[in-house]
Design a protein around this ligand. Structure first.
Ligand code: ADP
Ligand code: ZN
Ligand code: ZN
Length: 750
């Protein structure tokens, strides 16, 4: 194999590509984007270069690549191989997560302020694009290069594209014209630490509970011992202070720390806690909203040993930090620690592996722990540390449940119960803020004919179209298909077309009608675009003291609003009705978290939960903020029905344009698995259950059919091998365009 290199030299003019041979031992490791050292020019001077393309053959290549400069350690490469096996993907996909992103920024001064930058994103779905590349509908090498680059970097600026892919603006424009790419104005958030001064804070005197937790973990640090801990404490119980003091301890021992937080919680406020304690010099932040150049700078800072603390979202677990002394995962129940795209890794698993190898503690923290984590704590596999009281003595909010069936019986057809209405009114009078939360999973504003039951669905995806009242359009949230609204049923010609479900838009309209003087701001998938970040909306809500924030799941996290005293949950039930064994757990977590938004400071908080199912135990337990009770009930159910943690759910997903092929391939896989699993001697013990291939609940997305095979059982090495083998075997056959992915305990079962 040979690689085409782009010289990266001070002389700008030398913007050309050269071919080099890849030595056999590097073949598996070299990727597009790898930084390598090559001999160059007469003196064969060693120069740094980038791989921009891999080819099978070249008549120009007459020198070898000397080495890969991004010297991934043997340990990293080993980790990548381990991941490939465990998460059923290619080694190169895993290596990509460990390479330094982008390149050095040229001009630091330019980056001082936040800027609006035109950023290029993929407009078409990546699977569609890949299919078009495979089937040669997209032929141009340069176009393909650009599409891949934009995909890998989750958006890039035009200068970045030109520089890294050695292409031109004109080609980008062609791709935009043809609907593959789009330009979006994006606010690039400058590294929030670089340009702001912080007051230094000192250690707080720990409470007894905090001290006890601290000492337990401290022992593991001092003894260089791997141990897993779960710091379980209600919101505001002072978990973060425990993290801070443990990190300090580790730094005093001349070691370093990795802190993972959900992307959405990675706010300036949150970072300030760390920076004010440790100073910005020692901290590196890995955040997907930083520019490519800044991500690069942070990564380099870590590689050069200039950072003692790395704070970041899921992928920060791959930061090249040396001498790690503790790994902390905050809000460990958050589903974002599991990647939904290839490689479908779980950062908690990786963290555990790294902690084990380095003989250091792994500290998981949450107010509503993942059921699986808490179960392990009960089984004494994880050391449970509890904080039962709020550290600053603020009280937990009072929670009230409203039965919507009763409301309806009393003739109230509005989205707001009498109780919620009067509390909002009261709050407005007192100039206090309110958050209204729609527990909406998926998109529930659909239209249906009341006469014949016809619903308008996307022709590409078999999913109900969502009604957008502002544009008066019906849209598909999966593929972007849109059409005009219908007023007459296309099936039975009646005019009994009605809109169902409660969207955030509809709620906002209703609020405006009932409280004409209230100011509102809305946060949902439509307003949180690439342009307006989640962060900006929340800041606006806080700084401009807007009366009511209306939002979906996203309002739950990250911020601290001193003036919010009322939280209303409009319909708690929609996350109960999803086709997922974790429906109760998700409902409990989300209601508990959203309730935690109210009354965080001196003002007492109130939470009103509206539901059609007031007796449901997830709802009752969240009213009492009683995690233990929730756990006891739910774990018994899981045991009875045999769901995780009592087994693993392995989902083998198939997707294809070709309905016959997908049927054929999934059946072949099924038969092969059946044969292999039956041959296992200890099958009896493991109680593996293999289910027949079936269409997924969402059986078509963007014209690709979707099927699945589910396996219930314990994921053992043997099962892992069988799955990897049968995956390889099936791909050896003549498959035209069916793709197969395997996911263990996926976040999303639809
Ligand atoms: P959590 O991370 O569990 O939500 P925090 O660490 O954010 O809780 O603590 C909540 C509040 O209590 C913060 O304002 C914090 O400064 C304060 N706090 C935490 N620990 C102490 C302590 N030992 N003494 C006084 N105040 C504390
Ligand atoms: Zn009809
Ligand atoms: Zn669609």
């Amino acid at each position: 194999m040979v690689a085409e290199e782009k010289k990266k030299r001070r002389a700008k003019k030398l913007n050309r590509t050269y071919d080099y041979n890849i030595p056999k031992e590097l073949e598996d490791l070299i990727l597009v984007g790898s930084k390598v050292i090559v001999p160059f020019g007469k003196g064969e001077k060693q120069e740094e270069a980038f791989v921009v393309k891999l080819k099978e053959k070249s008549e120009f290549a007459n020198k070898d690549i000397i080495k890969i400069e991004e010297n991934l350690s043997d340990k990293q490469i080993e980790l990548a191989k381990w991941m490939a096996n465990r998460y059923f993907c290619n080694v190169s996909d895993c290596i990509k997560l460990m390479l330094t992103p982008g390149t050095r920024t040229k001009n630091k001064e330019k980056r001082i302020q936040d800027k609006i930058i035109n950023t290029v994103y993929l407009k078409k779905d990546i699977e569609e694009i890949e299919f078009e590349i495979e089937t040669k509908k997209i032929k141009s090498e340069k176009q393909i290069k650009i599409l891949k680059f934009v995909k890998d970097n989750k958006g890039a600026t035009i200068p970045e594209i030109e520089m890294f892919t050695d292409t031109s603006r004109a080609i980008v424009n062609t791709l935009i014209k043809n609907g593959y790419l789009e330009i979006v104005e994006k606010k690039v958030e400058r590294n929030p630490l670089l340009f702001k001064d912080y007051k230094r804070t000192e250690k707080l005197q720990l409470t007894d509970e905090q001290q006890e937790a601290f000492e337990e973990v401290e022992k593991a640090i001092d003894e260089n011992r791997f141990e897993q801990f779960l710091l379980y404490g209600v919101t505001g119980s002072g978990k973060t202070e425990v993290y801070l003091q443990l990190i300090q301890k580790v730094i005093e021992n001349e070691k370093t720390a990795i802190v993972l937080v959900p992307e959405i919680s990675l706010t300036p406020q949150m970072l300030e806690r760390f920076v004010s304690r440790f100073g910005k010099e020692d901290i590196a932040i890995l955040h997907s909203k930083l520019s490519i150049g800044e991500r690069h700078d942070e990564w380099e800072k870590i590689r050069n040993g200039d950072a003692k603390i790395v704070i970041g979202a899921r992928s920060a677990i791959f930061a090249p930090l040396a001498n790690v002394g503790i790994i902390i995962i905050d809000e460990e129940h958050d589903s974002s620690y599991k990647s939904e795209t290839t490689p479908k890794y779980n950062a908690k698993e990786i963290a555990k592996k790294l902690a084990k190898e380095n003989n250091i503690p792994l500290l998981l923290g949450s107010a509503t722990p993942d059921l699986q984590t808490y179960y392990k704590a009960m089984e004494k596999k994880i050391n449970l540390l509890e904080l039962t009281k709020r550290a600053n003595n603020s009280s937990l909010p009072s929670v009230e449940i409203i039965d919507l069936k009763q409301e309806l019986a009393n003739g109230n057809r509005s989205m707001l119960s009498m109780e919620l209405y009067s509390n909002i009114e009261e709050n407005l009078k007192n100039k206090r803020q309110t958050i209204l939360f729609l527990n909406r999973r998926g998109y529930s504003t659909f239209i249906m004919c009341r006469n014949c039951g016809y619903t308008v669905k996307c022709p590409n995806c078999n999913i109900s179209l969502t009604y957008h009242s502002y544009e008066r359009k019906l849209k598909c949230h999966y593929c972007g298909y849109e059409q005009n609204i219908v007023t007459v049923c296309p099936e039975c010609k009646s005019d009994k077309i009605r809109y169902f479900g409660t969207g955030t838009q509809k709620l906002e309209q209703e609020i405006h009608k009932q409280f004409p003087n209230a100011s509102t701001i809305r946060m949902d998938i439509d307003t949180v675009t690439k342009k307006n970040s989640h962060e900006e909306i929340l800041n606006k809500f806080k700084n401009e003291n807007i009366d009511i924030l209306i939002g979906t799941q996203m309002v739950v996290k990250g911020h601290h609003f001193p003036n919010v005293t009322l939280v209303g949950v409009i319909a708690a039930d929609s996350s109960l009705n999803i086709d997922d064994y974790r429906a109760n757990e998700r409902t409990f977590q989300i209601l508990t978290q959203v309730a935690g938004r109210a009354g965080r400071e001196n003002l007492p908080g109130k939470v009103i939960i509206q539901t059609y199912n007031p007796q449901g135990f997830a709802i009752q337990c969240s009213r009492e903020q009683n995690y233990e009770k929730f756990y006891e009930t739910e774990i018994a159910l899981r045991k009875q029905l045999k769901y995780p943690p009592f087994c693993d759910i392995i989902l083998i997903g198939f997707n294809s344009y070709n309905e016959n092929e997908i049927r054929k391939v999934s059946n072949q896989m099924y038969e092969e698995l059946q044969k292999e699993l039956n041959a296992l001697i200890n099958l009896q013990e493991n109680e593996i259950k293999l289910f027949k291939p079936m269409p997924c609940p969402i059986d078509k997305i963007q014209n690709r059919y979707r099927w699945r095979i589910i396996i219930k059982g314990n994921m053992t090495e043997e099962i892992n091998r069988i799955l990897n083998d049968s995956l390889k075997n099936i791909y050896k056959q003549n498959i035209k365009d069916t793709r197969i992915s395997i996911d263990v305990n996926p976040n999303n079962m639809s």
